[in-house]
Write a protein that binds this ligand. Structure first.
Ligand code: DGL
Length: 284
């Protein structure tokens, strides 16, 4: 079935998931929607994030006939995934949540850090997830206000330098607040990146925390889960296809140049694959 898989995020963070999806599903077409006009979501109300997530799903279904949707945003997943599945029962929908369970399998010190947006860490969904694992290790959870925004700004050429300095300062402040990192007893040896934007500051985190700290993100497991769901629903594209490999479209409700710069930088994609769409996402 040659209709695309929809991938959605508040902004450019989900490109880290798109990268993993492309690797896992090389015969699929993708349409990525970045709601840059309303990013970041992390410090907005759950009702607002839920409303935008529903609008994005409707838009991708109506305009691009998507056959599955990956909500490549922890904040939007926490706010809206349950209702989204109820509203679209025949659409395979994959959500993201901070990888607490995979982190348990990796940690030796049994002290695990979690960084995510305020929206994610204050959601009921996250509270349930944490409650299900907290007897197995000590979790240090840190909401990182401002970090996703700084990562968005990093993609804008005129703001990149200031944004990089802001990222360095925020990462330093937030990780310092969580406690000592390292591999000795009592130290945090595993850090969960509970926001898809944070994958793009992995290098900054590594430099600060040292090589012995493991960083855990969700792109690859989510890509495998998407593969399984599509296979079960018999929606995978045939492996032999004469079409151009991986036609891809990136859409933004916000700044087109910002998305183009991010697409070029993170996925080596040319500017022509990026398009602007109305910020309201109305179908009219
Ligand atoms: N990338 C998103 C996430 O995974 C949201 C970041 C934001 O918009 O605040 O949570």
């Amino acid at each position: 079935m040659h209709t695309p898989i929809g991938v959605f995020d508040s902004g450019i963070g989900g490109l880290s998931v798109l990268q993993a999806l492309q690797k896992e599903l090389p015969h699929e077409h993708f349409v990525y929607l970045a709601d840059n006009a309303h990013a970041p979501y992390g410090e907005k109300s759950e009702a607002f994030v839920s409303q935008r997530t529903h609008a994005a799903a409707e838009y991708l279904l109506a305009r691009h006939q998507i056959k599955a949707l990956v909500v490549a945003c922890n904040t939007a997943t926490a706010a809206a995934i349950h209702e989204l599945r109820l509203q679209h029962p025949s659409l395979p929908v994959v959500g993201l949540e901070p990888a607490l369970k995979p982190a348990l399998a990796l940690s030796h010190t049994r002290r695990i850090g979690v960084i995510a947006t305020r929206g994610t860490v204050s959601s009921e969904k996250f509270a349930r997830l944490l409650a299900s694992v907290k007897h197995e290790a000590q979790f240090e959870v840190q909401a990182c206000n401002g970090l996703a925004l700084a990562i968005e700004q990093c993609a804008l050429p005129d703001q990149a330098v200031a944004a990089q300095a802001q990222i360095a300062q925020l990462v330093q402040t937030y990780t310092h607040a969580m406690g000592p990192f390292g591999s000795a007893p009592g130290e945090i040896d595993t850090l969960v990146l509970g926001c898809t934007h944070y994958v793009f500051v992995e290098q900054v985190l590594r430099q600060l925390l040292g090589p012995q700290v493991q960083l855990v993100s969700t792109g690859e497991p989510v890509a495998r889960q998407t593969h399984r769901l599509l296979a079960a629903a018999e929606l995978l594209n045939p492996e032999m296809t004469n079409e151009i490999a991986q036609p891809i479209r990136l859409l933004t409700t916000g700044d087109l140049q910002g998305l183009q710069a991010a697409a070029q930088r993170w996925l080596s994609l040319p500017p022509e694959v990026c398009h602007a769409v109305p910020a309201s996402l109305t179908l009219g």
